[in-house]
Design a protein. Sequence first.
Length: 215
Amino acid sequence: MATGRVPNIQNLGLDNIGVQINSNNGILVDDNLQTSIKGVFAAGDCTGDRQFTHYAGYQGAIAARNILLPLKDRGVLSQVPATTFTDPEIASFGLTEEAAKQQLGEDLVSISHRSLSKVDRAVCEGTDTHGFIKIVYHTKTKQILGATIMSPAAGELISELSVAKDAKLSFDKMSTVMHSYPSYSIAIQQMAADVYYDKLKKSKLLYDILKKAGL
């Protein structure tokens, strides 16, 4: 397992019908999971793509829909949330800070970082020694570009950020989404609030009004 796995596509008779193989020794598919032969679809690890159970399950459902329905849905995704279930968990999705800066330039990439030592739930449970939440977002639009989390429940936290990104909810707007306290996820709301208020500071008059109102 440590050295990796490769697709097992032997003895399926793929050569007999002309199904093409990709450079990862998996079954070649297009964005809709159709192979080089019309009407033949493939999904999951056999395609040579990232080997995640949730990704394979997602692709299986999309492939079934694309086979049965006239409208096609995209089954091959460029960004897939992933979690390594160590202690603490390590989860990530989207662009890293370095990749984002390479694509967009340093001026358009901002970072929000919080150590678990500043997360109340982690302090209460004694898990605050190691770990962090790091969110990469667009400096102007505040759209989430990616995240890396090392924390208990990192898999759940990364899923929330993945949903927000797909829904095009800007990072600062997550400050208005109520989270229960004390939870690990409330750290995301608090981090978003920091970005939100930094944005408000650009409008001094509005910021002063909100501050006087206790908001």
